[in-house]
Write a new protein. Structure first.
Lengths: 417, 272
């Protein structure tokens, strides 16, 4: 029998705030007279979600903000009730929805350990037995008889984590709690979680935005999007999908944001920026290390003699990455009134996976800026291999590499090849 | 109701820890500490005694200060249990949103907390009895039952009030007003005997007198306070006739109140 069974789980929330007395009376009166009144719209936080989890599985739940992760956990922990469907849990559940829920600032560390333990369902004897271990794990021996309000926030979280992970239960729900404390303590938390997962064979549900952590710890990853399961299964495949989707979201958002910064004299109009793939058709993304082809179409309503065109790329926070000008070509061109098309090709675009923007400038022969625009279009560089995202935080450009180890030469190889 | 009893038993440790938290927290940084629990009824007793010297209330053969203190004990306990109970769910928002355990734990814990304070007031009552050289009789054995009945009356208000308060905070705001009105409708300042004499003996309201008296005793506190005074001070058994209407009311309303609370509790985390 599965330890967790979720069937057609739906949770709806009514949007907007509670109505005041006057509105409520007006609405009731209108309804009594048989008129239809405006209902506050419904929002589906979870939409017909079904899955089951077996004993001993370590399941990661990922998804963008508002995808329904926490709502799902709340249903499983019985904090909230589903609108439709069922969430059956066959075992004792320890919800670490947020560590330190119910810490009382005026109490000492010792008192809070007992209080929090009781809230999480431990008996007094259990806490007595584990007290020393909890305190030792939290490294709190010195401060255990000091009121918690005098603790630093890191100390509070450490103590709370120590209490929470000492509960005996078949199922452990963890929502974003591992990102606590300093690096050394995070390491300890990991080891403790590993111990819980591997040696004690508990079923664990882990919600986190730290995708790397999820990928490493879980045997199965579920990706939620707008209240339904987008993908469920192999951690690598699901996490990879997550990267793709979130990159897309960033570029969509940026495009919508109109963070476009433009200075224009009005002589250049109808600017159309496109990223082309090898076949010459428009694309929004390219693979890491492949060619970047930018095509710009525009209309001139004044003729321009020997203008300088400048095309470049930048990060979403406006760090200029590439930027090349036609001035270095030393060629003279006449651009008449009407529409024109120019292209720039970077044979190997070296940036790591991410979202980038395109910048375009036109300068006339006397050095006057006729047009300058940033974030005219966004494109994504996607990872070539699945491991690549792990390195992205540690580098900005990806370059061909040669290694020499113990006298032997090695070249960077792509796993996909 | 059976479920309530089972939950009570399963979570007894949690409730005792939470009650300990409430008590410890209330007096943690107060110099007088738990003494505050007795200061309220003592002050009221002094004020009422002062007022009595102007108005003249017949307290029978019992000295008025101790009679009114014996009325204030169950009354204060009831009033504070009910109002703390009503505010207990909203007051524990952070727990409600994070952790599940049966939500009736909150109103129940509020009442248990007040039981401890009531216990302290018994020490003062004993002191007063020594001062007035009064001896308790065998009838004090009724005290636990009377207190249990008071607990049930307070819970009747606490369950439905706590659930409603989650949706409409008006309840929490209105309750102190309603409760202070209820105090004047209860035999706190005056003994029940006065009401009984006026209505049943003198038939002061004519043919309506008996009905009015029944209405008056529909307030469970009327029976509770009188019974408490009788068994502790007058060395008499409780006046059951004065208790029956209130007891019937509580017997009907408590299950309804609890059922309402359980129905509403699944939405607490969403609404609160």
């Amino acid at each position: 029998m599965s330890i967790i069974e979720v069937e057609h789980l739906t949770k709806e929330y009514r949007l907007g705030a509670m109505q005041g007395l006057k509105q409520k009376l007006l609405h009731t009166a209108a309804r009594l007279r048989g008129k239809k009144t405006e209902q506050r719209p419904l929002f589906k936080a979870l939409d017909d979600v079904s899955f089951s989890i077996e004993q001993g599985e370590v399941v990661g739940i990922i998804g963008h903000n508002g995808a329904g992760k926490s709502t799902l956990l709340k249903m499983l922990a019985r904090i909230s009730t589903p609108t439709r469907g069922t969430a059956k849990v066959n075992g004792r559940i320890a919800p670490l929805i947020e560590v330190g829920a119910g810490f009382v600032p005026d109490f000492t560390g010792r008192e809070n350990v007992y209080l929090n333990g009781a809230i999480l369902g431990m008996s007094r004897q259990d806490i007595d037995k584990k007290f020393d271990e909890i305190v030792a794990f939290a490294e709190m021996e010195e401060f255990i008889d000091t009121p918690v309000k005098r603790y630093s926030s890191g100390m509070q979280v450490k103590l709370a984590f120590a209490v929470a992970t000492s509960i005996e239960s078949e199922i452990l729900i963890i929502d974003e709690v591992l990102a606590v404390g300093d690096l050394a303590f995070q390491r300890k938390c990991f080891d403790r979680m590993d111990d819980v997962i591997r040696r004690q064979g508990k079923t664990v549900l882990l919600v986190s935005h730290n995708i790397r952590q999820v990928e490493r710890m879980c045997t199965r990853v579920m990706m939620l999007s707008h209240g339904s399961i987008l993908q469920d299964g192999d951690p690598h495949a699901t996490c990879d999908r997550f990267y793709q989707v979130s990159n897309q979201t960033i570029s969509h958002q940026k495009a919508k944001d109109r963070s476009t910064r433009v200075i224009s004299s009005g002589e250049v109009q109808d600017i159309e920026v496109a990223v082309l793939d090898a076949q010459g058709s428009e694309a929004d993304s390219l693979t890491e290390g492949s060619a970047l082809r930018i095509r710009i179409r525009f209309t001139l309503n004044q003729p321009l003699t020997n203008p300088e065109f400048h095309i470049g790329t930048h990060t979403t926070d406006f760090v200029y990455l590439t930027g090349e000008s036609t001035a270095v070509l030393g060629q003279s061109h006449e651009f008449s009134v009407g529409s024109h098309e120019i292209e720039q090709l970077i044979p190997v675009y070296p940036m790591v996976p991410g979202t980038y923007g395109i910048r375009f400038a036109v300068i006339d022969q006397r050095g006057r800026v006729v047009f300058h625009g940033e974030s005219l279009r966004f494109f994504t560089v996607t990872a070539k291999t699945m491991d690549a995202p792990l390195q992205d935080e540690l580098r900005l450009v990806s370059v061909p590499i040669e290694w020499k180890l113990q006298g032997k030469h090695y070249f960077k190889q792509d796993k996909s090849n | 109701m059976l479920r309530l009893a089972k939950n009570l038993y399963l979570h007894r440790e949690l409730m005792s820890v939470l009650a300990w938290k409430n008590i410890a927290l209330r007096y943690k940084q107060a110099y007088l500490g738990i003494a505050w629990a007795v200061i309220k009824p003592l002050t009221l007793m002094l004020i009422f005694t002062l007022v009595k010297s102007f108005v003249g209330i017949d307290s029978g053969n019992i000295p008025y200060p101790i009679l009114t203190f014996a009325a204030l004990m169950p009354w204060t306990f009831f009033q504070e249990s009910a109002s703390d109970g009503v505010n207990s769910v909203v007051g524990n928002t952070s727990l409600i949103k994070k952790i599940y355990f049966p939500r009736e734990i909150f109103p129940l814990t509020a009442v248990i907390t007040k039981l401890v304070e009531l216990g302290i007031n018994f020490v003062i009552l004993a002191g007063l009895m020594i001062w007035y050289q009064m001896l308790p009789s065998v009838y004090v054995l009724w005290v636990p039952l009377i207190i249990l009945y008071t607990v049930l009356a307070a819970l009747t208000i606490a369950f439905v009030g706590a659930a409603l308060n989650v949706y409409y905070r008006d309840v929490g705001a209105a309750l102190p007003v309603v409760l202070s009105l209820l105090m004047y409708a209860s035999p706190v300042i005056y003994p029940l005997q006065l009401v009984k004499d006026k209505l049943l003996v003198h038939q002061a309201a004519g043919e309506w007198s008996n009905l009015l008296y029944t209405l008056y005793t529909l307030n469970p506190l009327a029976g509770i306070i009188d019974a408490f005074q009788s068994v502790v001070l007058r060395n008499e058994p409780p006046d059951f006739a004065a208790m029956v209407p209130g007891a019937i009311l509580i017997a009907v309303l408590l299950p309804l109140s609890y059922a309402f609370f359980k129905r509403a509790e699944s939405f607490f985390a969403d609404v609160i």
